[in-house]
Design a protein. Structure first.
Length: 446
């Protein structure tokens, strides 16, 4: 049934109501009645039963509107400051940041105009995020440093709180960069695929040498009190990656606050991209990581497993949405020339063009995007119980690959809902950390 899901944890039986991401505990009798109603595939009977249990699963509370959302105020913008890279990763979907075009760098003037657009189109008093992307953004170090200080200064003058993020391969981090990331509220996400052998096999330099040692040298600049507000590792997983738990342990041992995994769906090398058959193994390996992380949480410690932490925090908020992320809604991305696109994965794709930094975002284009992208208009998404957590999948991946990972997504989210019940029951204070709940994610939960 598309609007509810019965599941069990170590705490008993529970009902997940899709609209509102609500979780109800069920006693043995109620669980048996719900299970019988669902097994009969009689949606009407199931709804009638829920009404007798005083559980509203109809969506009448207006939590999710079937109408497409109007474009919200901007909340985040990423600047593709260097559309080129110093590495030659075998799976790179972005053509080293060139996206099929030529290598180029963003100017200070374009970066300032992008920040001005974000501040102008954000809500008064809002906290906004300026992100730096590539390619490898630190190839354009001057603009990263200049834009950070500019955004902090004009943001304060405009009454906006500005936070920052950068996604980097870590090999070019210098002491001056670490000092910048420590001085301002930065989330630094480092692309790293595991121990030396695993990392070097996937992420070589242009001359074919490994990049792991250069990455470690870059991370060492975060010592001596120059740590960013948040340091995360992002592991790109291919069918060749192998065991994930050992990679998670290794990277947490390097000092990352959290580590997350993302499967490759789009790659110039077909052997690097997941097929439908690869996802079952990926799910089993993710759940091994999840079970270990859950044990740490139940012991009262942070897990460091970003995929699980993100999902649990969003479930605690009751997050539910008809879109996979903020792309084209509260989030846009600027290419090196200042043209705006729905997100950093869709840079230079004319189908997702949404204005430019000098004239501002294109509200009509953003509106059209939100109309066609509503998950209740998608097939087969509209009949899936996970649709308001998944949102229909990454626009870039769906455009190029379709949706080969739906069974994985459902399996992973069912594990996350179970884990949420167990953690919130055993340690309700776990979700009282204001830093943990500070910023709603603009990324998928998967």
């Amino acid at each position: 049934m598309k609007d509810i899901r019965l599941f069990r944890s170590s705490r008993g039986a529970h009902l997940f109501v899709v609209d509102g991401s609500r979780v109800y505990d069920l006693d043995t009798e109620a669980a048996a009645r719900v299970e019988r109603a669902l097994s009969g595939a009689d949606e009407g009977a199931a709804r009638a039963l829920l009404n007798t249990l005083d559980l509203d699963a109809s969506g009448r509370g207006g939590r999710i509107s079937r109408r497409p959302l109007p474009p919200p105020p901007l909340r985040a913008i990423s600047l593709n400051v260097a559309q080129t890279c110093n590495l030659a990763c075998h799976y790179c979907y972005a053509d080293e940041g060139r996206f099929g075009g030529r290598a180029r760098m963003m100017s200070r003037e374009v970066a300032e105009a992008a920040i001005d657009t974000l501040l102008r189109e954000a809500e008064p008093g809002a906290t906004v995020v300026v992100g730096f992307m590539g390619g490898e953004p630190l190839l354009n170090r001057d603009v990263v440093h200049h834009a950070t200080r500019y955004a902090a200064r004009v943001g304060t003058a405009a009454g906006r709180r500005v936070r920052f993020s950068i996604t980097t391969n870590g090999t070019l981090i210098k002491g001056e960069d670490a000092a910048l990331f420590s001085e301002f509220p930065f989330t630094v996400q480092v692309s790293v695929d595991g121990p030396r052998a695993v990392h070097d096999a996937a992420r070589p330099t242009h001359d074919g040498r490994g990049s792991y040692d250069r990455l470690i040298a870059g991370l060492q600049n975060f010592e001596q009190g120059r740590r960013p507000r948040h340091l995360s590792g992002r592991v790109t997983v291919t069918p060749r990656t192998g065991d994930l738990a050992s990679i998670l342990d290794h990277l947490l041992g390097l000092g990352f606050d959290e580590v997350g995994f993302a499967a490759v769906l789009v790659s110039p090398s077909p052997s690097m991209a997941f097929s439908h058959d690869d996802f079952a193994t990926f799910l089993s390996r993710m759940i091994v990581c999840g079970e270990r992380a859950l044990a740490r949480m139940l012991a009262g410690a942070r897990s460091g497993f970003a995929n699980l932490e993100t999902a649990l925090v969003e479930l605690h908020r009751g997050s539910h949405r008809p879109y996979p992320c903020g792309a084209g809604a509260a989030y846009l991305s600027a290419n090196a020339e200042g043209k705006l696109y729905a997100c950093h994965r869709l840079v230079d794709d004319a189908a997702f063009s949404m204005g430019d930094v000098r004239r501002g975002s294109d509200l009509a284009a953003r509106s059209r995007h939100l109309v066609v992208s509503h998950v209740d208009r998608m097939e087969p998404c509209r009949d899936c119980w996970a649709r308001y957590l998944c949102g229909g999948g990454c626009y870039h991946e769906v455009r190029l690959r379709g949706r080969p990972g739906c069974d994985y997504i459902r399996g992973w989210l069912e594990f996350c809902v179970r884990a949420y019940v167990e953690v919130s029951t055993a340690h309700p204070e776990y979700f009282g950390d204001p830093e943990l709940l500070a910023n709603p994610t603009i990324a998928p939960l998967i």
